[in-house]
Write a protein that binds this ligand. Sequence first.
Ligand code: ADP
Ligand code: ASP
Ligand code: MG
Length: 409
Amino acid sequence: MRLIVQKFGGTSVADQERRNMVVNKIEFAKKKDYYPVVVVSAIGRNGDPYATDTLINLAKSVGIEPNPREMDLLMSCGEVISCVVLANTLKKMGYECKVLTGGQAGIITDENYGDAEVLKVEPSNILDCIEKNIIPIIAGFQGITEEGNITTLGRGGSDVTASIIGEAINAEIIEIYTDVDGVMTADPAIVPDAKVMDTVFYNEIFQMAEYGAKVIHPRAVEIAMRSNIPLLIKSTLTENTGTLITNYDKSRRYRYDKNDQLITAIAQIGNRTQFRIRFDGSADQYEKDTLLFNIIAAENISIDMINIYSDLKVFIVDSVNGPKLENILKSQGYSFTAIPNCTKVTIIGNKMRGMPGVMAKMIEGLSESNIDILQTSDSHTTISCLIKSENTSAAVNALHRKFELGKTK
Ligand code: ADP
Ligand code: ASP
Ligand code: MG
């Protein structure tokens, strides 16, 4: 049997008109002889009654820090509500379907509330539905621990549900339906000229997602990649073909084609704080270095864009951890500067590997728009610049033009 996982994001199920469009997509898959296994996100966006952000704000409105276990319990309700509403829509159209929570779908996780890791999937309930010709409608973004506690998989985690279920039932393809026409050369909310790409390789979209393109969760890409299941990202609202994500074709790596773009896409991640920690050159500097990074690790604060010089350590953190780190550094007597409201802008492309001049072009693009670069970092296939967040739109658009990624060149 040809199994397909179809995941619908929050905006795709936001109102009855859209839920009817979702039914069309499910019907279309059935017409193509696929057996659909459906995964859904919570309805709508922040402010809508059952959206994840609305539920988080509700919990926080009491004025005490919510307990992580209970927070996950609350957040998981958004997806359950969405499943039931979609299931009723399908039933009204004459389809037999069954709602499964993440736990009932067999997704077993660790106890890391808010960002739990899937340990295994026991898909017997899903397979049972399929055997009885019932469409399973699965609540995304959630799982259950061995002890029976409900967990969530991190923001954007319904994509992870889609991939992990796809892997467990050996789906032929995983479709991710969202509010844009596919993976684009930049976030269309920032770059009006961004272009949909027909195909992208797993490693490229993985990097895009890691560097902030929230069109798909990076873990969902990793899972699909390891089980070699194609991902198709497309819009619920249009008939466009979307973006197919598959394996990297090795032969392309060595072929130089002047039409090939060096850069595939641009991504950005905001809400970063840059820390610049100075040392006074004292005799115990080595111990202070070691102590500094041990403290940061012990506090479970993840650091990025790390540059270490003998008298200066520079790195960035997610701004939610900024005040906490500032307090720690003050209490330990470090001399430092913290610059909040920063954004990391990254250019991504398999083909920039070993190509000279890409960094120069990036710096040129930003300086032509008078954008200060606070810091840079790079890998074989990415270059990132840290800038002030107020310059994000100008920077991403400038780079998009500079590397000629748009619809109009
Ligand atoms: P869903 O609720 O369907 O999961 P998300 O909001 O998580 O939707 O992801 C879709 C959004 O991702 C789009 O609305 C778009 O603004 C954003 N996005 C960021 N970068 C990209 C990109 N490179 N291509 C397409 N969309 C992107
Ligand atoms: N509803 C969850 C979130 O907003 C999961 C998802 O949409 O993928 O993060
Ligand atoms: Mg999403």
